[in-house]
Design a protein around this ligand. Sequence first.
Ligand code: A2P
Length: 274
Amino acid sequence: MKTIQLNNGIVIPTPGLGTYRLGRNDREVIHAVRNALDAGYRHIDTASFYDNEYPIGKAIAESRVPREELFVTTKLWGTDILKNGIEQAFEESMLKLDIGYIDLYLVHWPVTGQVAATWRKMEQIYESGRVRAIGVSNHLTHHLEELLSVAAVVPAVNQVELHPYLVMQGLQDYCREKDIVVESWSPLGSSKIPLLADPLLLEIGQRHSRSTAQVILRWNLQKGLLPLPKSSDAKRQKENIALFDFSLSGEEISLIDRLDKGERTGVHPDEIEF
Ligand code: A2P
């Protein structure tokens, strides 16, 4: 597993395992995470909203992979910002995961009117030493500008929906300029976005004797993005990290960039409601 250095000096393994709807129950989540850890994944991405922090913590404990080899991200949900309290939500995630500390804590979605105040609370949690880095998710450039206008700590990461049909090059460039690593959620598209059947991606895959998924994930790595493919299948989990023995040409990267059509599988960050 390769790593990327975050803006506070800590390193994060890439790719990571996405875990939204990883299993239908705790047993399936534990099974999928154990398989991933056995396959070599060292970065697990969850969120309080996914309701799987408890089984993920269990899988980690059962795996006996040393804690310091692992990188675990979880996220703060919008209703916790508006109603239940940020500190309390963080404590709950800590309890459910039960892994001693959280590597990366993210604001899951920008909450209108709360971006700056939320970030100040995140900075307090960071200063308390219970997380190794803090960042955001689903923040567009204007959300980041609002946040950075009050920030003492620059977010280490911005995790957004990103794939060849939603490239968001402007946001990528802005984040690079601010030293914020961009993570891609749903990097392989979804049933709504049939990316894996795209003819250009299939053709590039054939050229390299790789799957379409591997082409997309390799495109992420070569663009400096950190992809978070989700798979509960042991074979596909292995496929999604077998990315380090081939590379795409500059021309192939540009061709993939040009597939962009601003198509989303999830909600637009300006339209999320809590
Ligand atoms: P599976 O878990 O059965 O492998 P998401 O949009 O939440 O990230 O979901 C990714 C989807 O892509 C899941 O349905 C997952 O199904 C599927 N998937 C993951 N890796 C691969 C792969 N290498 N090839 C084909 N499908 C994949």
